[in-house]
Design a binder for this molecule. Structure first.
Ligand SMILES: Cc1cc2nc3c(=O)[nH]c(=O)nc-3n(C[C@H](O)[C@H](O)[C@H](O)COP(=O)(O)OP(=O)(O)OC[C@H]3O[C@@H](n4cnc5c(N)ncnc54)[C@H](O)[C@@H]3O)c2cc1C
Length: 404
């Protein structure tokens, strides 16, 4: 039998973006319902990097201390040549970095981040979490309200809706008929207990090994109890509409010519599951009246700048700030202001992620020579070129006068 339920504020999707949004919105005194399709709230077994533009938001949401207990605070971001085994450049994440951005760079297991957000949601009586609710349609009705239909026949009527339902969002078709764009790259990833892996790298570094059409990222998570590795490569066997590309055989072919440290690392990569890498083109609207998109539903990006989750958290900080400051204003006005503030910024990060991918995966020897020469001249304390990305958008601004 069809059930009709009313709710003032509904969030579709209980991923990192959805749960953080629930905390932010509830913090402004509103009651929120989160509809999640999975039978349980959770995240996959791999790591995530959070730059200061995101850890600052965790602080604002009041969950930083709990989440940080399981995190690792690396001392350096290091770029290595995957073929030669030599260091290309590094960024120091120590005191000067912390002082400049006002929040740390942190790496952690996704489930530790998600659990910290989930526990805070459970503890907040204004947040209702509902599982097994696959939203199949989102329809504005009469200007002020939105009808959400779920696969099991349940219908929700909401005064405001946030679509936080990720890359394959069911809310996004209200704004665009675009489709995810396949990059023809594929990732294999996972975090292993230290006892099951031989790690040659420093436990204080986040390392990105780069080479033609491939890269490998390594860092410890969960208080250094686990080691996270992600390998990514371009498949030359890509076939649209097929899953038979980016296979483990291709993985071995790609990484075969790499230096010994990378070849050794790749032996520890689990091969049961592959993640084809998608993004979308930026769009020019995410907001229609009382409906808005957030996180990957709004701006899915390739992961090369490690910013997809960070941008979702920036969305949350922006929306929360606007909801708090526009006490008398309508939700539609607040959502418009949110779009105004966030759309160009997130689109820029989306486009830059693609460009950074082209740089790190360069194949042409002249391009590689130029890239490596520029990188080798970079000093670990030169922060000027990451200010645009890591500088806090919400709260205190970064110090940009000098890049030293
Ligand atoms: C290999 C890789 C590495 C990455 N590394 C980083 C990194 O280091 N740092 C970083 O910041 N970002 C990183 N990202 C990006 C980051 O994972 C995403 O940007 C982030 O997870 C987006 O969160 P989200 O909540 O918007 O979407 P999602 O995580 O996709 O969550 C969407 C949620 O909505 C639910 N849902 C979907 N459809 C429906 C529906 N119809 N009804 C109800 N529920 C629904 C889903 O089950 C899910 O729980 C990486 C991505 C990849 C692929």
């Amino acid at each position: 039998m069809t059930q009709i339920k009313e709710a003032p504020f509904i969030i579709v999707g209980g991923g990192i973006g959805g749960l953080a949004s629930a905390l932010g919105v509830a913090g402004t005194g509103r009651n929120v319902v989160v509809l999640e399709q999975a039978p349980e709230f959770g995240e996959i077994g791999a790591g995530i990097q959070l730059a200061p533009n995101a850890t600052a938001v965790l602080k604002q949401l009041g969950v930083f201390d709990t989440i940080a207990q399981h995190a690792v605070f690396p001392k350096r971001l290091v770029l290595m040549d995957a073929m030669k085994g030599t260091e290309l450049a590094s960024l120091d994440l120590g005191d000067a970095f912390l002082e400049r951005y006002g929040a740390p760079y942190m790496v952690l297991h996704r489930s530790d981040l998600h659990k910290g957000l989930l526990e805070a949601c459970i503890a907040d009586s204004r947040i209702s979490l509902v599982n097994n609710q696959t939203v199949v349609s989102v329809t504005p009705v009469g200007g002020q309200r939105t009808e959400l239909t779920c696969q099991d026949g349940t219908t929700y009527i909401a005064e405001a809706v946030l679509g936080a339902d990720g890359l394959w969002s069911k809310t996004r078709p209200l704004f665009s008929d675009d489709q995810p764009v396949c990059s023809q790259y594929v990732a294999y990833r996972g975090a292993l207990p230290m006892s099951e892996i031989q790690v040659e790298a420093s436990m204080d570094d986040v390392i990105m090994w780069i080479g033609p059409n491939l890269h490998l990222v390594q860092y410890p998570v969960r208080s250094k109890e686990l080691y996270n590795q992600v390998v990514v490569f371009k498949s030359f066997k890509y076939k649209e509409g097929s899953d038979d590309w980016g296979t483990p055989d291709e993985l071995d072919e790609h990484f075969g010519p790499c230096c010994e440290a990378v070849r050794n690392a790749v032996t520890y990569i689990q091969r049961q599951r592959r993640w084809p890498m998608y993004d979308r083109e930026p769009i020019d609207s995410w907001v229609d009246g009382n409906i808005a998109l957030i996180g990957d539903a709004a701006h899915p990006m390739l992961q090369y700048l490690a910013q997809g989750g960070c941008q979702a958290l920036e969305d949350v900080a922006c929306l929360t700030e606007l909801l708090s400051n526009h006490e008398g204003g309508s939700t539609a006005e607040v959502f418009q202001a949110y779009q105004q503030e966030r759309l160009s910024r997130a689109s820029e990060v989306q486009r830059s992620a693609r460009k950074w991918g082209d740089i790190i995966h360069a194949v042409d020897p002249t391009t590689i020579l130029l890239r490596d020469t520029i990188m080798k001249n970079h000093k670990p304390h030169e922060f000027g070129y990451v200010d645009w990305l890591y500088g806090r958008r919400y709260g205190a601004a970064p110090k940009t006068a000098s890049s030293q």
